[in-house]
Write a protein that binds this ligand. Structure first.
Ligand SMILES: Cc1cc2nc3c(=O)[nH]c(=O)nc-3n(C[C@H](O)[C@H](O)[C@H](O)COP(=O)(O)O)c2cc1C
Length: 161
């Protein structure tokens, strides 16, 4: 699968099969994902592998689509707002890299924003020095949603003088 195909065919997976994902592969995707662009090479991402007890404490309604693996992706906060924003942007690039690498090997990702709330932050034991950018369900898709087509990109492009 080439990069363009991976980008176009990756979907937000809502439901997973119970089959486990090889953690060596997951670690390899995370390692490759860390070549994401990041300012001053500060590598602001950290990854929490969420165990069963913590997962129950987060108490996510859809239970991450019954994913066999759950990862919380953290971004280092910073004193200056611009630095904090740039960290979040870099971590978003990291997450997309990871999602595409997983997808290219048949593994899907469910993106949940539940980590922005205090209950999930507490369950994860995250202190004030991190944002929880998302909590990912990771696993082999039980179903793949239809692609929702995007606005023609020409409508988003403006030429400046
Ligand atoms: C910043 C961000 C936050 C998101 N939060 C959620 C969420 O809380 N729950 C959810 O089901 N999907 C969430 N999504 C996934 C989107 O719903 C999904 O990407 C969108 O429906 C497009 O589908 P696709 O990724 O399959 O193209 C989030 C995506 C992003 C980038």
């Amino acid at each position: 699968m080439d990069v363009a195909e991976a980008i176009r065919t990756r979907r937000h997976i809502k439901l997973f099969k119970p089959d486990p994902v090889d953690m060596d592969k997951v670690q390899a995707w995370l390692e490759a994902a860390s070549y994401a662009p990041n300012h001053r090479l500060n590598e602001p991402w950290e990854i929490l592998v969420v165990g069963e007890q913590t997962r129950q404490a987060i108490n996510h309604g859809p239970n991450f689509g019954n994913a066999p693996l759950v990862l919380a992706i953290l971004s280092k906060r910073a004193e200056k707002q611009v630095d904090r924003d740039e960290n979040l942007i870099a971590v978003s690039c990291f997450i997309q890299n990871f999602s595409l690498l997983a997808h290219a090997e048949g593994v899907g990702v469910r993106w949940t924003s539940v980590g922005w709330g205090d209950p999930a932050r507490q369950a994860l034991g995250v202190d004030d020095s991190y944002d929880v950018v998302n909590i990912l369900g990771v696993g082999y898709p039980a179903e793949v949603p239809q692609v929702r087509e995007r606005t023609p990109i020409t409508e988003k492009i403006r030429q400046l003088p």
